[in-house]
Design a protein around this ligand. Sequence first.
Ligand code: BGC
Length: 737
Amino acid sequence: MTIEEKIGQMNQLDPSWNAEEKEALIREGRVGSVFNIVGAKEVNRLQRMAVEETRLGIPLIAARDVIHGFNTIYPIPLAQGATWNPALVEQAARLTAREAYGAGIRWAFSPMVDVAHDPRWGRVAEGYGEDTYLASVMAAAVVRGYQNDQMVNGKMQKCLAACVKHFAGYSASEGGRDYNTTWIPETQLRDVYLPPFKAALDAGAMSVMCSFNDLNGLPSSANPHLNIDILRHEWGSDALLVSDWGSGSDLVPHGLVADKKEAALRCINARMEMDMQGNIYTDYLQQLLEEGKVKESQIDECVRSILRMKYRLGLFDHPYVPEDQPMVYSSRELAVVTRTAEESAVLLKNDGVLPLSVSKTLHDQTLHDQMVNILICGPLADQPKEQLGTWVFDGLPERSVTPLMAFSEWADSINDMSPLAPNRPPVTLLYEPGLTYSRDRNREGIARAVAAARKADIILYFCGEEAILSGEARCRADLDLPGSQCEMMDALAATGKPVVMIVMAGRPLTIGAQAEQAAAVLYALHGGTMAGTALCRLLTGRAVPSGKTTMTFPKMVGQIPLYYNRHNTGRPSYDPPMLIDSIPIGCPQFSIGQSSYWLETPTEPLYPFGYGLSYTTFEYGEPEMEQTQDTLFVSCAVTNTGRYDAYEVVQLYTRQLSGDLVRPLKELKGFEKVFIPAGETRTVRFDLNRGQLGYWHEQKRDCESRVWFATDPAEYEIWVAPDSRCTTHSVRFSIEK
Ligand code: BGC
C-alpha cells in the first residue's frame, strides 16, 4: 500500500462533505470508513467505488450510531440494564444487528459502558447505570448479540461489529457536565471504570472508541497510558481504536496542543488508529512522516488493525449487502421488543392499586371492578417519538405503540368480551393530556385533565422527560419533573382519586414528593417502540413487573454523587462498626450516645440500587456457604410467597471488612433472574472465585498476571438479597494469609 492508501484507511469520512467530494475521496482510496450513510443501495453504491474502482479494492465499512435498536427501537440501555436479564439484552442486540445490516450498516457505535454516578449527566441513558459488574455483564451480552454468527443471505456472517465506548472515564465528568474534565485515581479507574471495557473485549468486541474528556489532564485520544499500556500491553487487545467525533482535533481547544498538526502527532503517538471526522490524519500525517516525526511502522500498526476488523467481518469476501431484504419485524420478534420493555420497567411503589385488572380471565388477579373509568393523562401518554428515547436516527415513530394506543386496544378487547361478563360495566377510557410536552408550562390543559379526573375511578399519569432531555450534551442541573408536571401531579392528587404515576424518562428523577402523592409508581424510562404495549400489559396485570433500578435515586440533587458502593466514612464511629447506611437519616439531626450529629445532606436515597417491587412477594432464606481453596459457593432459597408467578432478580453482595485499603460498603458480585411460580421455592447458587474479591493495588502484584490486583487476607461479609440494602441474612467467611 502507498502511504496515501494507508492514511486513507485511517480516515472515517466526515459526513459533511458533499456528494461529489465524498465520491472523489472514495475513488482515490482516501476513505476507510463511511459514517451516517444508510440504506443498502446507497452503501453498496459507494462500496462499489471502493471495491471496483480503487487500485486495491479494499472495502469500506459503514458505521452508524446504532444504540438501542435500528428501525425498531428497544428500551434505552439504562432501561435494558434494569431488566437484569443479559440473555434478553443479547437477543435484542442480535435482532438489532440484523435490522441494521439490512440497511447496509456493519459497524455499530455501541455498547456504551461508562459507569455513571451522576444522573445529571445526560448520557446515563446510554449506559447500564452505576455498577461495574452489571455494566460488564451487559456489555458482553450486547457484543455477543451484535457479533454472533448469523445467517445472512445464505451465509453465516457477523452482521455488525461492536464498538465499546467511551474509553475511558467519560462519565466521571465534573458536576455531570458533558465533555468535562475527569479526575480519576488509578485505583478507581481500574476497579470502577475499566472492567466493562475489558468484559466487552473478552467477549470479542472488534473495536473501541476514545472518549472526549481529559483524564487526569490528558484527553484520551492522546493518552498512551490508556491506549497502549492498558489496551494493548496489559489486555493484549487487537481491537481497532477509533476516535470519537473529532476528539483528535479537539486537542486544540482542550489546550493540549497549539494546532491540528501537533494534535495528529499526539494522537498517532497514543495509537489512535482511525480518525472520525477530524481530518487530522488526512491533513497532516504524511507531512509528519516526511519530517521524520512519525515512523511508517506506526501507521502500519493502525492500518493493520483496520484491515483486521474488515477481514473479521467478512467484508473482503462479501463486501455488499443484499438490497432486497426490507426488515420488518414479525410478531415473534416484536414480542422480544415488548418483553424487553416489560422487564425494564421498575415498580417503585404500589399501595395495592396495581394491577388494574378488570378481567377475571387471568387466574388469581386482584379484581378492581370498580375501576372502569380510566383517565389517561400526562405529556407522555401519546408521544410516538418521545417514548423512543435518545439516539434514535433510524427509529420509525410511526411503528410506535403509545400507552394511549395500547390502552384503547385493551379496553376494546375487554369490552368485546362483555357478553361473557354481563354484570360488569364496560371500561371507559378518558384521555386528557393536561400538558402537551414535558417542559410545557401552560397550565390551561391541567384544568381540563382535572375535570376529567373527577369523572374517573383511577388516573394513569404518564409523565417524565421527552427524548431530547437526555443523551449527549443533555445535562440537567435540576432533576425534578420538568415544566408544570409537578403542579399537574398536585392537581390530580387533590381530586382524591388514586393516581398511578408512570415515569418515562432518560434518567432517575427526584420524584420523592410526587411518589408520596401517588398510589403507585412505575418507573419505565424510555421504553422504545413497544413501550405502550408493555406498560399496558404491566398495569393491567398481564405481565408482572420484574425490573430493578440500576442507579440509586437521590432525594435531592445536592446528594449527588450518590451510589451504593461508596466507602464508609470514619464518622460517626460506632462500636461495633456500623454501616452509615443503616442509620435512620430522615431528618438532619440524630444522636448516638452522648453526641448528636447533623447531616445536612442525608445519604439515604429515595430508592436504592437494585430495588424494584413485584405484584408478588419473595422471602429469602439464610444463605449457605461452602468454601474450597479458590472458590466460594453460596446458595440461597427464595420463595414466592404471593399470588403471582413472577421473576425475581436475586443479587449477591460482598463486603470486605478490613484490608490494605478501605473497600466499598457493598459490591455486587453476581445476580440471577429466576422465575418462581407462586408458592414455590427456588434455590439460587453463585460461584465466587477468589479473584473476584480482588481489587487494584499499586503496590501488590499478582505473580500470575501482569496486572496488579490484591485479595486481602480478611474477613468478608456476604449477602444474597433482593436489593443493595442487603436487609437479608448474611454470612461471613475469611481468606487466610
Ligand atoms: C458521541 C459518540 C458517537 C459519535 C458519532 C459523538 O459525539 O460521543 O458516542 O458515537 O458522536 O455520532
